[in-house]
Write a protein that binds this ligand. Structure first.
Ligand SMILES: *Cc1c(COP(=O)(O)O)cnc(C)c1O
Length: 365
């Protein structure tokens, strides 16, 4: 038995997402790049590589990880490159996407051996969270002025337009893509490739994958471009859990269970967006508030229902722990870092990585 806490990545669940990506790629002609900022746990890249064309990145280190651990097409993007990064970045990348015209002008010459692109900000998005809305007022994420972009169009071969966020609504996607066709069509006709970014929830239950594929194909044909998608969340949705054990049970008007992990340290994204964690089936006569073991008062995973009263030693499996979790884990409170475990296709468990005191201490000096 592998001791908790650990993140458990399930190859069967991952394969389900990959099968949908295969279907989408085949029917649309789009290429798919894993967005490493969402998920970069490279011990399972072998299960993704046959189904995805490569990776996209948001920094030099992600870029290098993509090149070294995933391979395939490697797109380099960063909100801003530093002088001392650019040559190394160009060395790893097949395409480099600049966030601004000024970065393109500053570094385009040093990237002349690879394809250059520009991030286009259409000034609308599907995000309900201001924090994650690339189209928010005063956004620094990409260029939006078509006339200005037209002035540098001869220096780029493509655009990256990331404006969706967990968008499960195909009709909204369709309508917004039509807007992009109208507002930026003259520019799109002059490039060879367009990445539509991530945030399309096409692996979700009931998503009309075939309609999405047909829409992408029509877009590609209209402008004679190669489309890229950059799924993060969609590639790994439902593919991992955080496995924890109950350390103590308290009463304070509610039943409180303290577990051997922390939402602040191990599922930080939920805390930032004020979303509760999820467990399954979340049913039964025993409601319990499941709390983390850091000393942060609000270190609470959520309130769930259980079929029996929880007791010390009971195991809880927290769902959807792949995206934006392992990439954000931290050593707050010095809480033991969950190990990384892979559930193989035959159900057996492989321990991919354990973390100990040495990792904690070397992260600080
Ligand atoms: C965050 C991000 C993605 C991945 O988004 P998901 O919502 O995880 O699919 C893709 N491309 C860019 C440019 C991003 O910033």
């Amino acid at each position: 038995m592998i001791p908790t806490p650990f993140y458990q990545i399930d190859r069967t669940a991952l394969a389900r997402n990959m099968a949908i990506i295969d279907r989408l790629r085949a029917a649309s002609g789009a290429r798919t790049l894993l967005a490493l900022k969402c998920f970069a746990t490279w011990p399972v890249f072998d299960a993704m590589r046959p189904h995805m064309d490569g990776t996209t990145s948001s920094s030099l280190y992600e870029l290098r990880l993509g090149r070294e651990k995933f391979g395939g097409e490697t797109h380099a993007y960063s909100v801003a490159w530093a002088d001392h990064e650019i040559d190394e970045a160009v060395g790893y990348a097949d395409k480099i996407i600049f966030n601004s015209i000024s970065q393109l002008e500053r570094f385009g010459g040093r990237a002349s051996g690879i394809a250059c692109g520009l991030r286009l900000n259409p000034r609308f998005s599907t995000s309900g969270f201001d924090l994650a809305d690339p189209a928010r007022k005063f956004s620094r994420l990409g260029e939006w002025d078509a006339a200005k972009i037209g002035g540098v169009i001869d220096r780029i071969s493509g655009f990256m337009i990331h404006y969706n966020c967990e968008n499960a609504d195909f009709d909204l996607f369709d309508a917004q893509l039509t807007r992009i066709e109208h507002e930026f069509g003259a520019l799109l006709h002059q490039v060879e490739w367009v990445s539509l970014g991530g945030g399309i929830h096409f692996t979700g239950a009931g998503y009309p994958v075939d309609r999405l594929a047909a829409r992408l194909k029509a877009f590609a044909e209209r402008f004679a471009i190669q489309i890229y998608l950059e799924p993060g969340e969609a590639a790994i949705t439902g593919a991992a859990t955080l496995e924890v054990s109950v350390l103590d049970v308290l009463e304070n008007e509610k039943t409180l269970a303290i577990v051997d992990a922390s939402i602040e340290a191990h599922m930080l994204d939920l805390l930032i967006y004020r979303l509760p964690a999820r467990v399954a089936p979340d049913a039964g006569d025993f409601p319990v508030m499941v709390c983390g073991k850091s000393c942060l008062a609000g270190d609470i995973f959520g309130e769930f229902r259980f079929p029996t009263a929880l007791k010390v030693g009971d195991r809880i499996s927290i769902l959807d722990a792949a995206g934006y979790t392992m990439v954000k884990k931290n050593w707050f409170n010095g809480v033991k870092m969950p190990a990384i475990v892979i559930r193989e296709l035959d159900g057996s468990l492989t321990l991919a990585r354990e973390f100990g005191y040495e990792d904690y201490v070397t992260s600080l000096g």
